[in-house]
Design a protein. Sequence first.
Length: 99
Amino acid sequence: MRPKVKVNCWEFMSCGRHPGGKHVFEHGVCPASLETSVNGMNGGTNGGRCCWTIAGTFCFGEVQGTFAQKIKNCMDCSFFWSVADEEDDFTIHLSVLRE
């Protein structure tokens, strides 16, 4: 049995804001795709599977702020709940929010 491939937020949402993505020119590169300090968290690349912890992501058609400002929107996001369902030990990873 092959392990399930874990997709990053930019793949799940097809936003095109990852390096080389189709919407980088108009919206810029998403901070989640660049944040290396959380690389591997929940099996993702950079912040791709913990995007809710990364300030400045472009979700729901607008730039999101800090974790405290955006978590309500994240709780309405199908990707957030997809990761929560896929991960046996899912947490919001408060340790990365100290910065």
